[in-house]
Design a protein around this ligand. Structure first.
Ligand code: ADP
Ligand code: MG
Length: 374
């Protein structure tokens, strides 16, 4: 399809949708969002917004009727709704990809089938399953919900069998399935964002090095300061996974780099990713523009970086201090603000990207703002 004059529907109204829209409007696209919150970040910049839950087929059908293609911008959407919509409307990312990436067991299986390594894991349905699985791991292990986790929510790190036994039996029950994973003492965490178009063409953004605090992404540095052969290995794995999944759109792949420079894949996200926000200011094409290009059949944009970048998240607890310093931010800092009404602790309210030629210089500029405790 040609892009001009088309309307894209987006399931989900968060900051990822917002940034897709900000990029797409440049190219003349129109957008309609669907999200339960009336004044969500994406709705503020969309042409039209439908207030509805992610299981409301009637509302989603209206979205389908009014738009040329539908995207999803997060994983926790009722898979049956997307399957149903797919019968009548174009959803280039596909319900299948949503199903796989929304379920840690399907995701690990798909990664293994694609030929990449993941941490040893076992499916857990009951407290007894967990107790018997424990013996096949060397402590510590991590228990994760199979569905719905993000920013470390729905995760328990378990160091001893006593700690495990104390986990409440009430965690388990109908529809609560878990996965137990070997804790991996990685040297660093990186992510690679790969895009694949309708023609099968692929482009891989420079891998970013990620630092988490309290299980929430704190900052990303790109390109990741790693040896060339590690970067090449990460990019090659990303291509392999995208081809195996027949990706159309964009896929973020979180990886662990081990002491011996080998890589395990942690998890996938079938959409733009927080660790790719740096692309907005530092690459020829942003991850948000790229997803639009991929799903509409355009050629993919160049992913080259002009300079190095550091992206740092601004959470609810940083918001007041940032507002005070807003007018004196360094000239290289680019502000992105998501328009969320309430600044809750741990909530991603916006981010800053610093672009320049030395990563050390960018880190010291960030530190001078002094709103993130050391
Ligand atoms: P989500 O991002 O959906 O909350 P992740 O699986 O990415 O869930 O886990 C969040 C963070 O927890 C990871 O970025 C990593 O720092 C840590 N983590 C997750 N799994 C492991 C593991 N098997 N070994 C070591 N650390 C892990
Ligand atoms: Mg993660």
């Amino acid at each position: 399809m040609t892009l001009v004059g088309k309307t894209i529907g987006i399931l989900g109204g968060g900051q990822l949708g917002r940034m897709i829209i900000l990029e797409g409007r440049k190219m003349g696209l129109r957008f309609i969002t669907l999200d339960p919150a009336k004044d969500c970040p994406a709705a503020q910049v969309a042409d039209e917004h439908i207030v509805a839950g992610f299981d409301d087929l009637e509302a989603a059908t209206i979205l389908g009727e009014k738009t040329d293609i539908i995207l999803y911008e997060f994983e926790n959407i009722d898979i049956n709704l997307v399957r149903e919509l797919e019968k009548s409307y174009r959803i280039p990312q596909s319900s299948r990809l949503l199903e796989i990436t929304g379920n840690r067991l399907l995701e690990k299986q798909a990664l293994t089938d694609a030929g990449v390594r993941v941490a040893p894991y076992q499916a857990i349905e009951t407290h007894a399953d967990m107790r018997s699985a424990w013996h096949s791991f060397s402590a510590p292990a991590i228990l994760k919900t199979v569905r719905g986790g993000y920013d470390g929510k729905g995760q328990w790190r378990i160091h001893t069998s006593e700690e495990m036994s104390r986990l409440p039996h009430s965690l388990f029950g109908e529809d609560h399935t878990y996965i137990m994973e070997q804790y991996i003492p990685f040297r660093s965490e990186i992510s690679v964002i790969v895009s694949r178009g309708l023609s099968g063409e692929m482009k891989v953004f420079p891998p970013a090095l990620n630092v988490h605090r309290n299980h929430i992404l704190h900052l990303s540095i790109a390109p990741a300061p790693l040896k060339d052969h590690v970067i090449e290995q990460a990019e090659q794995m990303a291509r392999q996974i995208a081809s195996y999944l027949n990706l159309v759109g964009i896929l973020a792949i979180e990886m662990f780099v081990l002491e011996d420079d080998t890589i395990l894949v942690n998890e996938l996200a079938p959409r733009p990713h927080n660790s790719g926000h740096y692309t907005y200011d530092a690459c020829q094409t942003s991850q948000f523009e790229q997803v639009i290009r991929a799903v509409t059949g355009m050629v993919l944009g160049q992913v080259m970086m002009h300079e190095s970048a550091l992206m740092v998240n601004v959470l609810g607890e940083h918001t007041d201090q940032l507002k005070e310093k807003m007018n004196t931010l360094p000239t290289t800092a680019k502000l992105h603000w998501y328009g969320k009404s309430e600044a809750k602790k741990g909530r991603k309210m916006g981010h800053l990207t610093f672009v320049g030629d030395s990563i050390d210089g960018l880190i010291s500029q960030m530190e001078q703002i002094a709103i993130w405790p050391q």
